[in-house]
Ligand binder design. Sequence first.
Ligand code: GLA
Length: 707
Amino acid sequence: MHDSILRLESKTVDVVIKTHPFAEILYWGPHLQYFSPQDVHSLSRPIANGRLDVDSPITLMAELGHGLFGSPGIEGHRQGQDGSPVFKTINVQHQGQAVTVTAEDELAGLRLTSEMTLDQSGVLVVRHGLTNLRALAWQVDRFAVTLPIAERAHEVMAFHGRWIHEFQPHRVKLEHDSFVIENRRGKTSHEHFPALIAGTPAFGEMQGDVWGAHLGWSGNHRLRAEAKTDGRRYLQAEALYLPGEMAIEEGDTLWTPRLYASYSPCGLNGMSQQYHRYLRDNIIRFPENKPRPVHLNTWEGIYFNHDPDYIMRMADEAAALGVERFIIDDGWYKGRSDDCRALGDWYLDEEKYPQGLTPVINHVKSLAMEFGIWVEPEMISPDSDLYRAHPDWVLALPGYKQATGRHQLVLNLNIPQAFDYLVERMSWLLGEHAVDYVKWDMNRELVQPGHNGKAAADAQTRQFYRLLDVLGERFPHIEFESCSSGGGRIDYEVLTRSHRFWASDNNDALERNTIQRGMSYFFPPEVMGAHIGHHKCHATFRQHAIEFRGLTALFGHMGLELDPLTVDADEREGYRRYAALHKQWREVIHHGTQWRVDMPDASTLAQGIVSQDKKQGLYIVSQLAMPDYTLMMPLRMPGLEPGAQYRITLLDHPNIRLTGKGGHTMRKLPEWMETSQTASGEWLMQAGIALPILDPETAILIGVERV
Ligand code: GLA
């Protein structure tokens, strides 16, 4: 048996796999210093009375045929036959951190190829390929990646959400049966972010064992955490297929999306830090190695009212405020006067832009800013020239009335002519104009997605990828942002072909605090679009001071989303100040290690980012609601070098700046705020610093610098 045991190793995490006769993950946990293959005998299970007389492993494919009785990893059939495959290993290729196991079921005529890579970051990446070895298609109902986790994982954290309310975490107990997330919206979705985190009871930011799993897929999906009746547990994730949607023809292979799994014994921060490192090393690729430019996006400033002269004045003001990339949002193309029409007509609106786009672009560039533009290529408005010419290009099932969403329909990218039309139009836009950046939007769900009468959500998702691939190859210098009514299409697969996410259409700083924190579990700050919006938020009508808005936008890829010409000098001064502060710290923010801090008061959110060399750290404390206690608890500052001395600096504190001395909340400030103070990294991490008493909806920014 020993020669069928192999181990994938990283500095923090190990995975031990038994390969024969059936492949099975035996261990996924902390790195083992003294491991030897014979150790695994200790886990050989007893066989309980009242059940099958054989042991039932949770194999890589979690087949029912082993007596699993839980949710299997594969379901399907060949015209009712060959529906309960059991795969036997025929080949194993193990090289360093990667292993490929090939297995077959000769009776069912199926081959399974399982690829597993344990990255240096500690992230385990798994996908399976299923090949049909026979004549007649094998109908796929389900095809999933299954990962066993330790029996001590009794709690699950997942994310719910909706438009303008993305990435809201919630927790459930995992004691019996399953917790399932299903998404049939045809895109990653605001509602069902494709991730699950299981952990030991009450796991937190700094403590507990956690097993995170994210499915890199921008379409329908299903994720499950299951506690079997025997107490074993596993996570499972798959692309969700609509009835009849997926069949594998003879000789063809279907691949699951990749599952990205991150185990950490050090709580959620450890899990996230591994994910962030994985993305930085393997997925995030900017065309040019340069700081992330500060944006101004015109959307909430002017909406559909495009006047080139006015836009150029906005650009002047933007440049004066320190903006580095200017983006014209929706409204530039033919007939797009509101959101009821014109999607698909990707020609310039010559009434709005009689001289073309080029004078505006040249003007933006003359101000030393990059130029970006908004598109939504996957859509078609019923009121558009494109629809009038090709009503049959809609993604739909014939005979049914297709529901509109935001007054629009979806273009069927599986129709070659429709696909080519988009390539041609986008190539005109991006090839004949000096565009540096594209905000790629997708503003509705897929309902009855059909092609040739068959369900086609999966195919549409793949065609979307292909479209981005074609354009990415043609225009390698252009950066793409993935937007979908804000954060409706945020996942690792779309990130392989994009460079930024629009996290939410909600620029309310209070709401942004929880949205951005939720997103930070899986994504580092440099890909998270974070904009300062209007004083009175357009999504919630709440009002916030510039300080709270500015500080909240600081910890992502910063931008402005407003018209700087219509606000007063104080507001503008605020934009300038926070853009400058972001630039001053963005090297740390975009390359450092992020730490979320557990605070005793649930309405206090704290986080920090520490530079890789641990010379600098930036910490923010946001007080979302009225503090629970008279005194706020000290802020512990994780991530520093214990033996080093740090100078603590107050970088921004709106409350006190606005109301003098201690403000209305304090007679006396914490001492470090008044006299310069240093302390050891160890002290700051373990004991921390006293915090001032904050008002609701304010934040404080603290810097530490090694002396
Ligand atoms: C979506 C996006 C917004 C904006 C509008 C334009 O709602 O999320 O940021 O681009 O479309 O129509």
